[in-house]
Design a protein around this ligand. Sequence first.
Ligand code: NAD
Length: 455
Amino acid sequence: MSFSDRFAQHQEFFSSNTTRDLTWRKQQLQQIKRLALENEQLFLDALYQDLGKPAQEAWITEVSYVTGDVDHVCKKLNRWAKKRSVATPIVAQPGRSFIKPEPQGTVLIIGAWNYPMQLILAPLVAVIAAGNCAIVKPSELAPATSKLLAQLIPQYLDNNAFTVVEGAVEETTALLALPFDHIMYTGNGQVARIVMAAAAKNLTPVTLELGGKSPVYVDESANINITAQRIAWGKWMNAGQTCIAPDYIITTKNMIEPLVAALKAQITQMFGADPKQSESYGRIVNQRHAKRVSEYLTNVDVETGGEFDIENRYIAPTIVINPPLDSPLMVDEIFGPILPIITIEDFDSAKAFVKNREKPLSAYIFSKNKQQCQAWINEISSGNQCVNDVIMFNAVPELPFGGIGPSGMGQYSGKAGFDNFSHLKSVLVRPFLKDLPVRFAPYSELKFKFLRWIR
Ligand code: NAD
């Protein structure tokens, strides 16, 4: 069946109103949970094949992330889907006003490769919760996971409502020509522009989950060992291929030596003396990306790490001190296990450093100084933030997830995801009681005066 036939089939099914039924939605959501749980080992194997993902990491960030999401959404769905009453002013009285969340139709979900299971199924959970049909397109750069999703989704979910399309640019381009009711894209900013241009042709709303350079500021008051442990975990998980991983650290001169020592100790503690042999350390997704990341090491001072083996897609956990700010390492999103540390003067210059660059997806601060932390929250614009940790906001189901400016638009996770894929329809309901004649023609001085008075 062609893509446009599948799309037409979903639109027809959507018109049958089946997806508006909360019981149907919950059944489909429970099926996603079954899909993840009953095939857990197959997913862990596929994620190992695609990214050398250690099983524990794959389980926490992909399998259990999705099942936890289903549990949370199913618990809250009745409340989110209820009409939301608002006050009705005198001019519209007597009457009742409310917001009725309604599904949008058929949504296209285009996933990225770094969390290839989560980035298809978590958006799908939000899309189903809101009562939509969907066509999903997993990333071709994680082929084992893409294949598994293509095999399992038709077995578990209602085929009238959901289709998986495997493929790359050609298939995605063909899908983007269809008049979807919403497009959700996760990936890089360049392709996001292609997606948005295609969506504009059909006036389709888009949710864009993108990346960027997420900074970490470490202040002299921070607990150095806890700071290093949390940063090391967030940076070197999935070999640095996490959109909300710390991209680089900014800190003062006095902090460089103790921070580097603590980070080195964490690398050894987490991955042993030779991280290449560690079962807790992943691989780069393919040789092209491994080569791209390795090239960031040209003409910079490597403090620790720096070894790479492109053929086996390995790049060591690496720290680089004060690379030139105009080097590719400090211009591009690294999306790999290299951690630059930049010296800055003080907190004000740290803020200026971040403010003078594109708005990042995340911006982290480690400090015991409450005023500084508050100033960071108040003044630094980013998709998300953590104070004294990295990434962990993502473990809070009711915190919306999404970027700002170049790091994305639209949000999902929890209620934000439900609202994002719903249309929040405004409704006013009035009885047949006779109206005061003021709003109707013929207009008069008296009616005008009265209107001014009641406003
Ligand atoms: P990718 O190469 O897997 O591309 C993403 C999707 O775009 C794929 O499904 C691919 O088929 C499609 N695509 C590629 N070229 C296309 C084209 N010309 N036309 C239409 N579709 C096309 O992933 P990527 O872009 O390398 O992903 C890495 C980026 O994604 C990083 O910037 C990262 O920060 C970001 N990211 C963001 C999030 C988030 O939730 N904000 C999550 C993961 C990754």
